[in-house]
Ligand binder design. Structure first.
Ligand code: NAP
Length: 262
């Protein structure tokens, strides 16, 4: 799907509206490009508005439709406001990719608990606020519309399935996503809102940059032993999930670089 052979107007997501959090870089940016190329009108959300504006320009230059909304989704009011903006602008909401996240590694002993709050407030609560705000609109769109099914994709991590040590609170923030997602899936699946969990291994993005230099050094040492995924690889997986026929729900995808052991 990476080459996106059809035009946006006739793609499998034509007539649908998507919202992607954390779209100013990495996986979110790649996903916005992929879904727009498949015909979705996309609302892209993050704090760096300049990056979002450049992304919108790129999508529109190839015939797509996109709206940039600068927001900090750790603020519940802002999370609700971005969803409202997307629905006001495009009239519906079919696909939400709750992707915004931060990873700050380090031992639990002696940790700066500010780092813990950043991860829990974004990776866990920010994702939950996004889902909560989007749920009524996704359920409404699933009841009528081009596909009669809608999607909430939660971007977790291999760290939401495997604890390697040295990143306990990142693990905790992502394990919580699994529990939340499965509970929500059971609640809404018979109303044709699909809830999917995507768990990438190492992806070449800006994610390491939030860490202290010595931690970054150890991360890049580990990455030097593998060919990391590219954002487009994960975007391709998300595009696959949200283009399945109505009766097919891809509940969970663990996607790692071939070289990655754990
Ligand atoms: N890269 C990996 O190896 C990897 C592996 C597994 C899972 N993941 C997960 O993939 C997701 C995306 O990460 P990435 O690798 O693409 O990293 P990234 O390039 O650093 O992207 C993170 C995105 O989140 C946004 N963000 C940060 N704080 C925010 C806030 N308070 N409100 C709204 N948006 C916010 C950032 O934009 P602004 O700074 O402009 O707000 C950025 O767009 C994360 O959930 C991460 O845990 C990544």
């Amino acid at each position: 799907m990476t080459s996106h052979p059809h035009s946006a107007a006739s793609g499998p997501l034509a007539g649908t509206v998507a919202l992607i959090t954390g779209a100013s870089s990495g996986i979110g940016e790649g996903t916005a490009l992929a879904l727009a190329a498949l015909g979705a009108r996309v609302t892209v959300v993050a704090r760096r508005a300049d990056r979002l504006d450049a992304l919108v320009e790129k999508i529109e230059s190839t015939g797509g439709h996109a709206l940039a909304v600068g927001a900090d989704i750790t603020d519940e009011g802002q999370a609700h406001a971005v969803v409202a903006r997307a629905v006001e602008t495009y009239g519906r909401l079919d696909t939400v990719v709750a992707n915004a996240g931060v990873m700050i590694l380090g031992p639990i002993t002696g940790a700066d608990t500010t780092d813990w709050r950043r991860m829990i407030e974004l990776n866990t609560l920010g994702l939950m606020y996004t889902a909560h705000a989007a749920a009524p609109h996704l359920l409404e769109a699933a009841a009528g519309g081009p596909r009669e099914v809608t999607d909430l994709v939660l971007v977790s991590s291999t760290a939401g399935r495997v604890v390697r040590g040295g990143g306990g609170v990142y693990n905790a923030s992502k394990y919580a996503v699994t529990a939340f997602g499965e509970a929500f899936r059971r609640e809404v699946t018979q109303r044709h809102l699909r809830v999917s969990l995507v768990e990438p291994g190492a992806v070449a993005t800006e994610l390491p940059l939030q860490n202290r230099p010595e931690v970054q050094e150890r991360m890049y040492e580990r990455y030097s032993t593998m060919e990391r995924l590219r954002p487009a690889d994960v975007a391709d997986t998300i595009a696959f999930i949200v283009t399945r026929p109505r009766h097919v729900a891809v509940n969970e995808v663990l996607i790692r670089p071939t070289d990655q052991q754990d």
